[in-house]
Design a protein around this ligand. Structure first.
Ligand SMILES: [Zn+2]
Length: 477
């Protein structure tokens, strides 16, 4: 177990922020673990963020959780958070981790060799291999993921299987200081570039409750020395500055810049405004030309380019504020509207009918979540004929039986044959056709009331033509 001290020392050397052996590991453990009241049957995740030497404070956190009897099912870690997370997830009790960390001789730094002009943090891996042994991550008592960054494409890489020591080494390979670490055919660097606090990684491991621990090193508060210290300081300033300016990765597909929140609020607000206008009888048809889209956003999570579920917000506004009793949602985006289903399933005031490509993101929809869901999964390559059959044999009977007082449309145009986000082969006229059919249902049951809101559509030429066809069919049935 002495090797742990050496591993911690190698990390500490990397930080260039050592001030002797008096770091207060227990201090950040003042978490009110006993106050956590987690419902039974939930999967609890612990996300341990980066923070160089400060991340040793995670030891105090896991200790407090153990002492309070909080059962943690999955653990994710970034950079130094991955070191503590890996040790704990592999089955080493928190008190042992603390004792070893406190016993470390922080001045026994060992040596680091050069690799391709950069230093190698291979020593960290060697030491961790000594502690963790041969058991792969998937054999550990807790599920675990270390977050690294693919340096070729900038995407997060979750290391959830194989060598835990290699995963932690990759997650801790600070760019410009340490050489990237090759895992499989990918070159990986420090995960703090993409997920400083790896909440998404914990969710990917199956957690629906995540305890996130951010002990990040705050710049400007301490003096740093040495080339590594300055390099770390520069990276922390960059990461903190981007976060303060509003650049945030929500998931591998979904990022925010300083304007995103405002745009997302306007997109959901457009659905509310359209609903108000239709409910007051000022208009009977509306198209909300908005981005970001909404139908992947669930009750609790933004994902798949979506932040607020615009259609679901509008529908709930119609039901809860304007007193509608039956609202239908039609979703013909190539991707399944999993967020809309999450929010609306089981609400018998709503009927959702949809088509989507099977075995495509978000890989859901084949099993409807409620009796008010009519999900029609179609194979890759489906043409407009498949859409017509879905309407005639599934949607239309259900809609006529439901007798909606208002119809919402999640209008995604990424099923167009020119759009390579999906594999459908629909054409402009298919969107006009389905829009006319929806309009006829609306004419039969709800004085023509239809509110359509833009979802996907990524080939801009096909999108422009298809939206024009859709709006024309809405406006001039
Ligand atoms: Zn889509």
């Amino acid at each position: 177990m002495k090797r742990l001290a050496a591993a911690a020392a190698a990390l500490a050397f990397a930080t260039g922020a050592l001030a002797g052996s008096d770091c207060d590991i227990a201090a950040p453990a003042r978490i009110e673990a006993r106050a956590l009241r987690l419902p039974p049957g939930r999967t609890v995740g612990l996300a341990l963020g980066s923070g160089s030497l400060h991340a040793l404070a995670h030891v105090g956190v896991v200790e407090a959780l153990e002492d309070a009897g909080v059962k943690v099912d999955v653990v994710s870690g970034t950079s130094a958070g991955a070191i503590v997370g890996a040790l704990w997830a592999s089955g080493i009790p928190a008190h042992d981790i603390e004792r070893l960390a406190l016993q470390s001789d922080w001045n026994d730094l060992g040596t680091l060799r050069l690799s391709g002009g950069l230093m190698s943090n291979g020593k960290l891996r060697t030491e961790l291999e000594g502690i963790l042994g041969d058991r792969p991550i998937e054999a550990w008592p807790k599920r675990f993921a270390a977050v690294a960054t693919n340096v070729d494409n900038g995407h997060p890489k979750l290391l959830m299987t194989g060598s835990g020591a290699l995963a932690v080494q990759a997650s801790s390979a600070m760019p410009a200081i340490y050489a990237p670490v090759t895992v499989g055919d990918e070159k990986l660097a420090d995960g703090a570039l993409v997920q400083p606090v790896p909440v998404e990684a914990a969710r990917a491991l199956g957690a629906n409750y995540v305890i996130a621990v951010d002990v990040a090193y705050r710049p400007y508060e301490e003096k740093v020395n040495g080339i590594t210290g300055y390099a770390f300081q520069a990276m922390h300033i960059l990461v903190n500055t981007l976060a303060e300016q509003g650049y945030v990765h929500v998931d591998p597909d979904t990022s925010m810049n300083p304007s995103t929140l405002g745009a997302a609020l306007h997109a959901a607000g457009a659905a509310v405004l359209a609903t108000d206008l239709v409910a007051r009888g000022e208009i009977d048809r509306a198209f909300c030309a908005v981005r970001p889209p909404g139908h992947h956003a669930s009750r609790s999570a933004a994902m798949g380019f979506c932040f607020f579920n615009n259609a679901a917000v509008g529908i709930r506004h119609a039901l809860d504020v304007h007193g509608f009793e039956r609202v239908a949602l039609v979703d013909f985006d190539v991707h399944h509207g999993n967020g809309s289903e999450d929010i609306l399933a089981g609400d018998d005031r709503v009927l959702m009918v949809s088509t989507f490509q099977r075995e495509l993101y978000p890989y859901l929809g084949d099993i409807p979540l409620g009796p008010n869901m009519a999900n029609v999964g179609l194979p890759r390559g489906a043409t407009g004929e498949a859409l017509q059959e879905a309407f005639e044999y599934v949607w239309k009977p259900r809609l006529d039986e439901f007798r909606p007082q208002l119809i919402y449309v999640s209008a995604g145009f990424d099923g167009h044959r020119a759009d390579d986000m999906g594999g459908f082969r629909w054409v402009d006229e298919d969107y006009a056709w389905i829009t006319r059919r929806i309009g006829e249902v609306a004419d039969r049951h709800c004085q023509g009331r239809v509110i359509s809101t833009l979802e996907g559509g990524y080939n801009l030429f096909a999108l422009a033509r298809s939206v024009a066809a859709h709006v024309r069919a809405l406006a001039c049935p």
